[in-house]
Design a protein around this ligand. Structure first.
Ligand code: MTE
Ligand code: MO
Length: 406
């Protein structure tokens, strides 16, 4: 048999293997053709996502929500954005999953099974805002490479797990501990087992907060595979990149964690503002910690129409990283004047807050509704794009929707 025929037969056999049955007329398939049954599955089905979600990338999988899909107080899985840096791990070995805590600053390395974690530590549940540091990147000019997130890389689900602090206390931490770093089970895109797609972390002060969890449930059920099943770190209010999925190992470090995507321009901002497009040295970049104040109008959907004489109910969510949102306002005159929205307290620290308002419009025509949140330290969202930076992080400009009064 010649080489070409051999390659063709093995390709056919591989396809038949993927599909799970013989391809009856396989010999008639054009060379190079990939049968539908062997192509990547529909990601909306695969990850239980609503078809209105927006797929940004398939290698790796990245998907964002649209503003009106984020209307629920507690984000359901179907509207939760997906941000992967590598390949979602296959999970056949969940029953013997182990979490290891090691590093220079542990007294002695220790491992826990899932049932150890669940039986030996008290469970806690918090609703936690997770926003990708690159949410809003699409608006930067000159453009920043990476997923072109618009506004939908944010979620606020309910997470249940044990406190990282309780586990660290059980392990025994030395006085020189500075930082923790996570290691997940996902594969690097090159499939090189010696490379990690991402390994980030937080300073001890954040690691030891009540709300920093090693979670095993999301919205009262096992965490969905793509969001970190069976175990993930959740540290709300910081760039979601610190919330490590598929958690296998936590290292307690005696220096700032130097894992993948901790250095260079990854998740770091110019310590002092720079001009758009300016080249900046790594030494002048600072690690992003708390996320800035931000908000989203989740109802109505942009483009809504309303009959003249009626008033419009708007609502949405606002959040402010480590802080609370203290004030929420809206404008219908391009930011010239602002009126107050009513604003609820968060259900717990680090959860987003519901706001609402009832708006009257003076006459027929086109309007924009702009929403602006102010944190408890008095910092507000900018009306236009904030400071340009090489990777396009931290765009917290006011969200706007268009409405027509007819
Ligand atoms: N192991 C692992 N953890 C990870 C990532 C990843 O690629 N691998 N991505 C991070 C980034 S950049 C973000 S924004 C969040 C996204 O979480 P989600 O996909 O559950 O919404 O997970 C973080 N944790
Ligand atoms: Mo992210």
């Amino acid at each position: 048999m010649n080489r070409r025929k051999f390659v063709r037969r093995s390709a056919l056999a591989a396809f038949a293997g993927l599909i799970g049955t013989d391809i009856v007329f396989g010999a008639k398939m054009t060379e190079g053709y990939v049968p539908l049954g062997a192509q990547d599955p529909d990601p909306f089905d695969l990850f239980d996502k609503d078809p209105e979600m927006v797929l940004l990338n398939d290698k790796p999988w990245n998907m964002e929500a649209r503003a009106h899909l984020l209307d629920d107080s507690i984000t359901p899985n179907k509207y939760m954005f997906i941000r992967n840096n590598g390949i979602v791990p296959e999970q056949n070995e969940v029953s013997d999953w182990k979490l290891t805590v090691d590093g220079e600053s542990v007294k002695q390395q220790k491992s826990y099974s899932l049932s150890d974690l669940k039986s030996r530590f008290a469970p806690h549940t918090y609703q936690l805002t997770l926003e990708c540091g690159g949410n809003g990147r699409a608006e930067f000019d000159p453009p920043a490479k990476g997923n072109q997130w618009t506004i939908g890389a944010v979620s606020c689900a309910q997470w249940t797990g044990v406190r990282l602090r309780d586990v660290l206390e059980d392990v025994g931490i030395k006085n020189d501990a500075v930082y923790i770093g996570y290691h997940g089970a996902d594969l690097h895109l090159t499939r090189d087992p010696n490379k990690e797609p991402i390994s980030r972390g937080v300073p001890m002060s954040k690691a030891l907060q009540d709300e920093t969890l090693i979670a095993f449930q999301m919205n009262g059920k096992d965490i969905p595979l793509v969001h970190g099943h069976p175990l993930r770190l959740v540290a709300g209010g910081w760039p979601a990149s610190v919330s490590g999925k598929w958690l296998k190992r936590i290292s307690v470090r005696n220096k700032v964690h130097d894992g993948e995507k901790m250095e260079g321009s990854s998740y770091r901002m110019p310590c002092e503002p720079i001009a758009p497009g300016e080249v900046i040295s790594d030494d002048d970049m600072c690690i992003i910690e708390s996320m800035p104040v931000k908000s989203l109008i989740t109802h109505p959907k942009s483009g809504a129409m309303l009959a003249k004489g009626k008033t419009m109910d708007i609502r949405g969510h606002a959040w402010a990283g480590e802080l609370e949102v203290g004030k929420m306002e809206y404008s219908i005159d391009f930011g010239a004047t602002w009126k107050p929205c009513s604003l609820e307290k968060p259900v717990n620290r680090l959860a987003w807050q519901r706001f609402s308002a009832n708006i009257a419009f003076p006459k027929k025509g086109y309007y924009e509704i702009w929403a602006k949140a102010t944190d408890t330290k008095g910092l507000s969202q900018p009306m236009i794009l904030p400071g340009w930076n090489p990777k396009g992080y931290l765009n917290n400009a006011c969200h706007r929707i268009a409405v027509k009064i007819t």
